[in-house]
Design a protein around this ligand. Structure first.
Ligand code: PEP
Ligand code: MG
Length: 314
C-alpha cells in the first residue's frame, strides 16, 4: 500500500492493476507554458473560445495558427485534443449571430453554428491542421454539441478535408449517447461533456443555481447514458474520454472508469486526487462501483453507496 500511495502522487494515471487511464488537462485562456508545467499527460479539452471572445471580428486563420502552434509546442510530446468553437447559448459571440431564440441552450450552438457560419469552422480546422504540421504535435480535433451520427460523419468529413487526421466529437446530447453504437463508427474517438450532458438529460439549465441536485453528475440516469457510450467504445475499441466536471471528482472518476471511460480530463488542481484514487482501485473494483452507482435511486444514494464501498484512500 505504501508503495502504491507514493507512486500514485505523480506520473501517468493507472488503476491499481495497471490499466492506463491517461489523466489530461482542460485548458482555456491563460499562458500555454503554465498549463504545460502541470503534471498531466496532455490536453483532453482545449476550449478554443478564448481566441474568439471579446472581439468584434473572428481571428484570422494566421492568428489562430500562431496561437495553436504556441500551445502545441508547449506540450511537445504529449497529445492534445482541440475542441472547435463552442459558440451560442452560454457562450454568445457578436460575429456568430444565430437569430432570436427563446431557449438558446436548445438552439443554434456548438457544432450547429456551422449551419449558418461554415467558413468560421473551415478556417479554424485549417488553422489547427497548419499548426499541427508546423509543430509535429499529436493533435486530435473534436466538435461540441453533436446530436446525431449523421452530424458526426459530416464533421469528420469536413475536418479530414482540411487535413485533420484524428477526428472525434463530444457527447453532450442524450440523443448522441443513445446511438453511440452507430455514432462511434464515424469517428476516431469521443469525449463526454458531462456538464452539458447533465443539463440535457435532466432538463435543467446548467447556469441555474437553484436545482443543484438535478445537475449533480452522480444522477444515475446520467451515469446510465455514460455507460451506454462506454460500452459502445469497448465493443468498437474506440476511445471514450470524459472532460466535464464529473471527471474531477476522485470517487466519481472510479465510476466513470467502471462505465468504460478510457481517459479523464480535468482542471489542474484535480489531477493528484484522481490519480491517487485510481492507483488504489483495480479495474474490477471500478466495475463494481459503477454497478452500485447505476442501481441507486438518487444522486445522493449513488454517491453514498460508492463512498461506502470504495477504499478509504479516496
Ligand atoms: C461539458 O459540457 O461538459 C464540457 C466539457 O464543455 P463546456 O463545459 O465547455 O460546455
Ligand atoms: Mg459543453
Amino acid at each position: 500500500l505504501r508503495r502504491s500511495l507514493l507512486s500514485s502522487s505523480t506520473g501517468p494515471g493507472a488503476t491499481a492493476d495497471g490499466v492506463p487511464i491517461p489523466l489530461l488537462l482542460n485548458v482555456g485562456e491563460g499562458d500555454p507554458e503554465t498549463a504545460a508545467a502541470h503534471d498531466s499527460e496532455g490536453v483532453g479539452l482545449l476550449r478554443t473560445e478564448f481566441l474568439f471572445l471579446e472581439r468584434t471580428e473572428p481571428p484570422t486563420r494566421e492568428e489562430q495558427t500562431v496561437a495553436y502552434a504556441r500551445l502545441f509546442a508547449a506540450f511537445a510530446g504529449r497529445p492534445l485534443t482541440v475542441r472547435t468553437l463552442d459558440a451560442g447559448s452560454d457562450k454568445p459571440l457578436a460575429f456568430v449571430p444565430v437569430g432570436e431564440e427563446d431557449n438558446p441552450a436548445l438552439g443554434v450552438r456548438g457544432y450547429r453554428t456551422a449551419r449558418l457560419h461554415r467558413d468560421l469552422l473551415v478556417d479554424q480546422l485549417a488553422a489547427i491542421a497548419a499548426a499541427t504540421k508546423e509543430t509535429g504535435a499529436d493533435v486530435r480535433v473534436m466538435a461540441p454539441m453533436v446530436s446525431t451520427p449523421g452530424e458526426a460523419e459530416e464533421f469528420a468529413d469536413l475536418a479530414r478535408a482540411q487535413g485533420v487526421t484524428r477526428v472525434g466529437v463530444m457527447i453532450e446530447v442524450p440523443g448522441a449517447a443513445l446511438l453511440a453504437d452507430r455514432l462511434l463508427t464515424k469517428v476516431d474517438f469521443v469525449s463526454i461533456g458531462t456538464n452539458d450532458l447533465a443539463q440535457y438529460t435532466m432538463a435543467t439549465d446548467r447556469t441555474l443555481g437553484s436545482l443543484p441536485d438535478l445537475l449533480d453528475p452522480w444522477q444515475p440516469s446520467l451515469l446510465s447514458l455514460i455507460g451506454t457510450v462506454g460500452s459502445a467504445g469497448e465493443h468498437l475499441r474506440t476511445p471514450v474520454g470524459v472532460c466535464g466536471e464529473a471527471a474531477a471528482d476522485p470517487l466519481l472518476a472510479l465510476v466513470l472508469v467502471g462505465l468504460g471511460a478510457t481517459s479523464l480530463s480535468m482542471s489542474a488542481p484535480a489531477l493528484p486526487g484522481v490519480r491517487h484514487a485510481l492507483a488504489n482501485h483495480t479495474r474490477g473494483e471500478c466495475l463494481r462501483l459503477a454497478q452500485l452507482a447505476l442501481a441507486a435511486s438518487s444522486a445522493e444514494r449513488a454517491r453514498a453507496a460508492v463512498r461506502e464501498a470504495a477504499r478509504p484512500e479516496v
